[in-house]
Write a protein that binds this ligand. Structure first.
Ligand SMILES: Cc1cc2nc3c(=O)[nH]c(=O)nc-3n(C[C@H](O)[C@H](O)[C@H](O)COP(=O)(O)O)c2cc1C
Length: 187
């Protein structure tokens, strides 16, 4: 078991080569996601795995220019959920958290399979719902673009995106987000 390697190898790359999408791959990713923990095992996460060419093209119409790179993904996974399908404890609503964890499991499994699985928040949610038949009361939380990392830089990338493609964006130093035994505010 080498979860740490998948965590380290995972990157939100934007230069993608096409891959064959098979039933086995879709079932593997879905069955990895559903093993994530969820509040009272409510499993609020829902996924539509889109790899049909016509449907992908319709989804491309919901992407802003900054996410034009995602038109080269062989599959776009719509991740969605509904607030009332998961625990609500006082003012804590768990559907986003649990769906996020399931999505992280899916992304790490894709990484283990040698794939790129890149989550996005930039899309027209209304359009995605229309294209995929997702009910109004549900929230489309992310789209995940899936492909294989390309050695060639995607020509639609901005200079900033090219820089990030070459080097992982910096993370916070440990002491800024992780504390031992007691939280300390940073002056
Ligand atoms: C909720 C969420 C929304 C994101 N939205 C976008 C997006 O719209 N477009 C994009 O190119 N990347 C998007 N990303 C990817 C992040 O920019 C990326 O994960 C971050 O810069 C860290 O880089 P790394 O994942 O390669 O380590 C998103 C990631 C998350 C988790």
């Amino acid at each position: 078991m080498d979860v740490r390697k998948a965590i380290e190898d995972r990157r939100a790359y934007r230069s993608l080569d096409p891959i064959a999408i098979t039933d086995d791959l879709v079932n593997d990713l879905a069955s990895s996601a559903i093993l994530a923990p969820s509040c009272f095992n409510k499993q609020p996460e829902r996924f539509v795995f889109v790899y049909d060419k016509d449907t992908l093209e319709k989804m491309h119409g919901a992407l802003p220019k900054a996410n034009a790179w995602a038109t080269t993904a062989s599959m776009l996974i719509a991740v969605f959920s509904e607030r009332d399908s998961d625990c609500i404890i006082k003012d804590r609503e768990y559907y986003l958290f649990d769906t996020g964890m399931a999505t992280a499991f899916l992304i790490l499994r894709a990484t283990e399979l040698g794939l790129v699985a890149h989550p996005m928040g930039g899309y027209n949610e209304k359009r995605i719902k229309e294209v995929l038949g997702i009910p109004e009361n549900m929230t489309v939380i992310t789209l995940v673009g899936v492909g294989k990392k390309s050695d060639d830089m995607n020509p639609v990338l901005t200079d900033q995106q090219i820089a990030i493609e070459k080097e992982r964006p910096e993370r916070l130093p440990l002491e800024e987000f992780s504390f031992k035994n007691r939280y300390k505010t940073i002056p």
